[in-house]
Ligand binder design. Structure first.
Ligand SMILES: C[S@@+](CC[C@H](N)C(=O)[O-])C[C@H]1O[C@@H](n2cnc3c(N)ncnc32)[C@H](O)[C@@H]1O
Length: 237
C-alpha cells in the first residue's frame, strides 16, 4: 500500500515536471543535465519497475481503444525509454513503422518492443526531434518530456498527436492552469479528447481545418473519411 502511494506520488511529481518543461522552455537545459544521470542509473531496472504496474499503462490503453479505427503507418514515440509503450504500439499497429526516440542511449539499448522488428531506435532530444516535418501519422509521448510545437511539427497534417501521463490526473488543478499552453490550440491543433484512467490522463490533438480552406491531409477518400470521424474543434478543450 505504502509502496503504491510512494510510486503514485513520484509519478505525479514527474508528470508535473513534464508539464512545466512543456510550458517553460528555460527549464530544459537544467532538466537535461539532471535527467542524464537519472536514467543512467534507472536504465538497468526500468523495464521491470513498470512491468508490474497496470496503472502505468491504463491511460495508454484507453487512448488506443479510442483510436481504434485509426491505422497509422508511421508512428513516432518520443521518450520511448525501454519500450513499455512501444510494445503496446507495436501490438496495436502491426503494419506500422515505429520510430522510438530517446535522449538516453542506455534506455534505448534496453528497448524491447515485444519482438517487433519494425522499431527504429533513434537517439534524440524531445525538444528538437530528429524527424522530418509533417511525416508521422501518430506522434505519442508516454510519460516523457515533450514540446508541443515540436510534436505538431512532425505530425502529418491529418495525423494525431497524443500525450499520456500515467499519474497526470492527480494534478488536475495544475493541469487546468497549464493546459492552454499544452493544448496547442493557437497552433490550430486543439485537444479534442481528454481521457482519464486509474489516475492517469491522455490528451488527443487533431488539426482543425481552416474555415473555407481545403481539408488537410491526404487527398484520398480514406484520408478524408478518417478526418471526418473526429469531432469538430468546438467540441474540444
Ligand atoms: C519515465 S521514462 C518513460 C519511458 C517510456 N516512455 C515508458 O513509458 O516506459 C522517461 C524517458 O524520457 C527520456 N527523456 C528524458 N529527457 C528526454 C529528452 N530531452 N528527449 C528525449 N527523451 C528524453 C528518458 O531517457 C526516459 O527514457
Amino acid at each position: 500500500m505504502t509502496a503504491v502511494f510512494v510510486r503514485r506520488l513520484g509519478g505525479a511529481l514527474t508528470d508535473l515536471g513534464y508539464l512545466l518543461l512543456a510550458a517553460v522552455p528555460s527549464l530544459r537545459a537544467g532538466y537535461r543535465w539532471w535527467a542524464r544521470d537519472r536514467y543512467l542509473h534507472l536504465a538497468p531496472r526500468y523495464a521491470t519497475t513498470i512491468r508490474d504496474d497496470p496503472a502505468y499503462f491504463a491511460p495508454l490503453q484507453a487512448l488506443l481503444r479510442t483510436l481504434e479505427t485509426e491505422q497509422p503507418t508511421i508512428v513516432a514515440e518520443v521518450g520511448a525509454g525501454t519500450g513499455g509503450a512501444t510494445a503496446l504500439l507495436a501490438r496495436r499497429y502491426p503494419g506500422a513503422l515505429l520510430t522510438a526516440i530517446d535522449v538516453s542511449p542506455l534506455m534505448l539499448a534496453r528497448l524491447q518492443a515485444g519482438g517487433a522488428l519494425r522499431v527504429r531506435r533513434v537517439v534524440g532530444d524531445a525538444f528538437a526531434l530528429p524527424l522530418r516535418s509533417a511525416t508521422a501519422d501518430l506522434v505519442l509521448v508516454h510519460n516523457a518530456p515533450f514540446d508541443v510545437p515540436e510534436l505538431l511539427r512532425v505530425a502529418a497534417p491529418c495525423g494525431t498527436v497524443a500525450v499520456v501521463l500515467s499519474s497526470g490526473a492527480i494534478l488536475s488543478w495544475w493541469m487546468r492552469r497549464l493546459r492552454p499552453r499544452l493544448a496547442g490550440r493557437s497552433a490550430g491543433w486543439p485537444c479534442i479528447r481528454e481521457l482519464r484512467a486509474q489516475g492517469g490522463i491522455a490528451w488527443i490533438f487533431r488539426r482543425t481545418p481552416v474555415d473555407g480552406a481545403s481539408e488537410p491531409g491526404p487527398a484520398t477518400a480514406a484520408g478524408r473519411s478518417r478526418w471526418r470521424r473526429w469531432p469538430s474543434a468546438s467540441a474540444g478543450y
